[in-house]
Each structure stands twice: as structure tokens, then as C-alpha cells.
Design a protein around this ligand. Sequence first.
Ligand SMILES: [Zn+2]
Length: 155
Amino acid sequence: MLSAGLGRRVLSLFVTTPTPARAAPVHRRRARTQRPTDRSLQARFRQLNRELFEGRLPALPVRLEAGLGSCLGKAYYVIERSGRLRPTRISLKQENPWTERFLRKVLVHEMVHAWAYQTHGETGHGRQFWKKMASVGYPRGHSWRDAGQHERDVW
Ligand SMILES: [Zn+2]
């Protein structure tokens, strides 16, 4: 049964030769994925910090991390003796096939957490978090009309 199915699939591969005009949209629909390097993540962080936070976030280490489970990213903090929250680092899920725009969105999401810790002492997805997210272009419920399989997020 298995080999018969395989045979059919191989056959159809030869029968349907896509013309370039037909192949192009198929290619465009599949966004390219990447595994960013820690160095490139650091550069992105600096760029987004300037672009969206007026450079006010501290230089946090950003790394890919294995074993985040269902989390796409995490922003860590410590509680200082004064009671203030100080962001310490950001991790993004190593195993996720990242597209360019989704990587940006999740990194911005974690950076907004760091911003909310630092500026408002707010953790989680609170009022300040969503206000800032909306102001940087990702209002609550944001998703792309043509979001790919690995470009959906829930919180
Ligand atoms: Zn979050």
C-alpha cells in the first residue's frame, strides 16, 4: 500500500510540470525561514531599540534557547532590592522556523515586556504592555492575513 501511494505521487510529479507563471505564486506563499545567529539577534535588538524605544532599553543579551516548550520567546527580569524590576535577557525559541517578519514581531513582543518591566514595573500582558504594542504596530489580536503555519502566536 505504501509503495503504491508513493508510486502515484512520483507519477503525478512528472505529469504536472508547472509553468514558471504558475510556480511563482506558490513560491511567494512560502516565506523563507531561518535560524538567526546570536550576533544577528543582538544587531536586531540594537536597531529595534533605536527605532521603537528611543534607545532606552538596556543592552540585553538576546539568544536562541532550546526547551522553551510552547513559548516562542521569553523576557527575563530580576526584582531589585528597591522593588524595581530590571530586565536581564531575552530568549527566542531555537527550534522555531523563523520567518523575517515573525522574528521581528516576537522580538518586539519580548522587548515590550522588558520595556514594561523597566518603565512601569508591569509583568505579563497588562495595560501598558498592550498600549506600547499597539503603538509599535502590533495591536492585540494582530495577525497577518496570509500568516504561515509558523507565524501564528497566542498569548
Ligand atoms: Zn508575552
